[in-house]
Design a protein around this ligand. Structure first.
Ligand SMILES: Nc1nc2c(ncn2[C@@H]2O[C@H](COP(=O)(O)OP(=O)(O)OP(=O)(O)O)[C@@H](O)[C@H]2O)c(=O)[nH]1
Ligand SMILES: [Mg+2]
Length: 216
């Protein structure tokens, strides 16, 4: 008997891409600027998003989708802004996929939102594999992670348009070499925009805010 081989991985990604395209169309139709924010656990995704919303809340109607394996830790931090927040708990998966985001979009009052951020599950591997259909991929790396991350996780850095190198306020305590990080980064992603910043002190945060502002 002939053996049938079913490539689950490939089919799964094709199916995912179709739904990502639907998400993209929906966001375009509703004229929503959107960002898929990725990075390691603890790199500063939530802290940067909190500061970003603080800066832009009077200019835009913001919305948030929070992706985590479990819990509502990060979602709760946005409560003070009184903006729509949807928490997606993946129940174990190390990334958000397009279907989860579709459900997240359906749960939000899209007519009232013009700027949407998704905080993906903290991970430098899996979130890079799954297109979500958002406007821009952003990767946040922090200097506590070491300067070799772009070389070790090239896909994540190559699919991202902007890299935020966070926690530069504590650079004096570490051996992190920003020039080395940049060299590895540009090797895998020659067009990427690198912004060195501190979500704690706000240093260079404005450069990131300007990027959000000018994104179509
Ligand atoms: N020194 C310093 N600490 C920071 C900075 N940004 C974030 N932190 C701290 O880093 C820790 C993790 O920050 P989060 O914003 O929760 O990181 P995250 O990427 O959202 O983490 P997960 O959602 O768990 O993946 C917290 O203790 C923050 O206060 C920074 O610019 N400088
Ligand atoms: Mg977080």
């Amino acid at each position: 008997m002939a053996i049938k081989v079913i490539e689950i991985g490939e089919n799964l990604l094709k199916e995912n891409d179709k739904i990502a395209e639907q998400n993209r169309k929906l966001l375009a139709e509703k004229k929503i600027k959107s960002f898929n924010v990725m990075g390691s656990p603890g790199s500063g995704k939530t802290t940067i998003l909190l500061r970003t919303i603080e800066e832009l809340k009077n200019k835009y109607s913001c919305g948030i989708i929070e992706g985590d394996i479990a819990g509502t830790f990060d979602s709760k931090k946005f409560e003070r802004f009184n903006i729509p927040v949807t928490q997606i708990n993946t129940g174990g998966a190390c990334h958000l996929d397009a279907y989860m985001v579709k459900k997240g979009l359906n749960s939000l009052p899209l007519e009232e939102i013009d700027l949407l951020f998704i905080e993906n599950v903290g991970n430098l591997v899996c979130p890079a594999e799954f297109k979500l259909g958002l406007g821009r991929n952003i990767v946040i790396s922090s200097i506590t992670e070491g300067e070799d991350k772009p070389a070790k996780y090239p896909l994540m850095f190559s699919i991202s348009k902007i890299c935020l190198l966070n926690k530069i306020d504590i650079a004096v305590h570490l051996d992190f070499n920003i020039a080395t990080f940049k060299k590895y980064l540009l090797r895998v992603s020659p067009e990427i925009k690198l912004i060195n910043l501190s979500a704690r002190t706000g240093e260079n945060l404005q450069e990131w805010i300007d990027q959000v502002d000018k994104q179509k």
